[in-house]
Design a protein around this ligand. Structure first.
Ligand code: NAP
Length: 489
């Protein structure tokens, strides 16, 4: 393809798979570039947009959710350039080939859908849960609306020292009044609010200066109204090398802050009547203990910190400890689910790419017209905002390829209505962005009547019915207005 052919009047047609933060930042960046006319179709398997902002961010972090205003601001009013097709699943309703035939480029913004497993004996016992399922349940993700969590237990262990683990702890400690002011799913409110958990052991394999959580989120655990963060004297011990680096202000600033909070803000014992979040370091889970088919404890191997080549690393000891508990939430990160037709490197848990351009294999040739952004590109790391520069990098690659005439010409574009025709043929009841706005309005109205930001729809058939009803009543309203107008004339 010559360079000139990319400068013709034909708009650049891009399919974005995934309407989460990664997908939206990519859409906004594409629409922002003044050099090109871009037409974006965004697909998501759920009828609702915003991915992890809707179903991952904890309900008591409402402020983080306000980022959706930025996404909406970037696409609303751009109906010629941006369309959403919700309730459309890649692999079920259409496949990658369908998209490659109809768009110059496909951006995969599919996130990381599966949770990582501990891979230790006992993981299949009742009462052992992926934190991701618990998060999706209290956030009203339709796939998890029927999930069950026995919160009548006295003590739970949360494995992992990342921000998701902190979310789980906080949500278990929120009072019914606090939860009642959030958009926690209706089905989760009673069980969460009246949970019987008195002690949560927050367990990590390394030390207080190695934790993956971020200071702002960690500090929140020390500010809960009905729970105290507790660190024992033993767990306050830090390796001399870490202490030296800390005192010389050579420690990574985020880690230094985490250390400071663990040592200064945490208590040694919880106040009477409060729940306890017991922060434990240097423990690697080795077995989940059960009776009949239920979890009753977690066996851990204690680690110690040692110096190796000037760095502090953990090393297992032969000290074993059993921690009694009635439930375990494993919160040790996510995995990307491979997609048919997309290169995937299992060992790296990544789609091989160069700054977002998908490659056949790491360091290998590109797959023309295929791009990736977000967690599927860089792995499950970073905060929501990390997706913005990440998307810009991917979009830059894509637009450079377009300008250089390096994107394949879609074979099946004639009138522009090809994708709707395909979805109709496949019997897919897709949800547009304006349909979503109807749902959004209904959720917000219903929530505000109860002093909450919104009350979420949590099952797809109900969403589709509500959209159908809302469309009908909009049409009726328009007819009434136009009849009234005719009357006046
Ligand atoms: P994460 O930050 O990667 O943390 C995973 C934790 O699991 C680490 O402490 C890791 O410890 C531990 N771990 C891994 N394998 C383990 C094993 N086999 N046994 C025991 N522990 C193990 O993952 P995440 O919490 O799922 O969060 C994912 C991303 O979302 C992160 O970037 C996070 O910051 C972000 N997020 C942000 C917010 C927010 O900003 N409010 C909220 C939620 C999530 P090691 O260090 O020992 O490997």
């Amino acid at each position: 393809m010559s360079e000139d052919s990319s400068r013709r009047d034909t708009p650049l047609r891009v399919a974005i798979v995934g309407a989460g933060p990664a997908g939206f930042y990519a859409a906004v960046e594409l629409l922002r570039d003044p050099r090109f006319t871009v037409k974006i179709d965004m697909f998501d398997r759920l009828p609702t947009p915003f991915g992890l902002v809707r179903h991952g961010v904890a309900p008591d972090h409402e402020k983080i959710r306000s980022v959706t205003r930025f996404y909406a601001g970037g696409v609303e009013g751009r109906t010629v350039h941006y369309r959403m097709f919700g309730n459309v699943e890649l692999g079920r309703d259409l496949d990658l080939r369908d998209l490659r035939q109809r768009y110059h480029a496909v951006i995969l913004a599919i996130g990381a859908q599966s949770d990582r497993r501990l891979d230790i004996p006992g993981e299949e016992l009742r009462g052992v849960h992926p934190a991701s399922a618990f998060v999706a349940w209290y956030n009203g993700h339709p796939d998890f609306a029927d999930a069950r969590f026995d919160l009548s237990v006295d003590k739970v262990v949360v494995v992992g020292h990342g921000n998701v683990a902190l979310d789980v702890c906080r949500m278990l400690c929120r009072t019914p009044e606090e939860l009642g002011r959030t958009d926690t799913a209706d089905h989760a409110l009673p069980g969460l609010g009246s949970n019987c958990v008195r002690e949560i052991v927050l367990l990590g394999r390394s030390g207080p200066a190695q934790a993956a959580y971020t200071p702002q989120e960690f500090k929140e655990l020390t500010e809960l109204s009905e729970a105290d963060l507790v660190v024992s004297d033993e767990d306050r011990e830090i390796h001399p090398i870490t202490r030296k680096a800390w005192e010389a202000e050579e420690l990574d600033p985020l880690r230094a802050k985490n250390l400071q909070i663990a040592l200064d803000s945490a208590r040694r014992e919880a106040r009477p009547g409060k729940k306890t979040i017991r922060l434990r370091f240097h423990c690697t889970p080795i077995e989940i203990l059960g009776q009949q088919d239920r979890v009753v404890g977690l066996r851990v191997r204690r680690n110690r910190q040692v110096e190796r080549d000037g760095a502090v690393v953990i090393e297992p000891t032969d000290q074993i400890e059993d921690i009694e508990c009635g439930a375990i939430f494993r919160s040790i990160g996510y995995r990307i689910a491979p997609i048919e037709g997309v290169p995937f490197e299992l060992d790296k848990n990544q789609i091989p790419n160069d700054k977002g351009q998908v490659l056949i294999t790491s360091g290998g040739p590109p797959v023309p017209g295929m791009f990736v952004t977000g967690w599927a590109k860089r792995g499950p790391s970073g905060i929501i905002g990390t997706n913005k520069p990440d998307a810009l990098e991917t979009v830059t690659q894509l637009l450079d390829a377009w300008q250089a005439g390096a994107l394949p010409e879609p074979a099946a574009v004639v009138s522009g209505g090809e994708i709707e025709a395909l979805l109709d043929r496949n019997g897919v009841q897709y949800v547009t962005y304006s349909d979503w706005k109807l749902l959004d309005q209904l959720e917000v109205q219903s929530g505000q009547a109860e002093g909450r930001p919104r009350r979420k729809f949590t099952d797809v058939p109900t969403m589709l019915r509500a959209i159908g009803d809302a469309r009908l009543s909009t049409i009726r309203d328009q007819q009434i207005v136009s009849t009234a107008g005719q009357g006046k004339g």
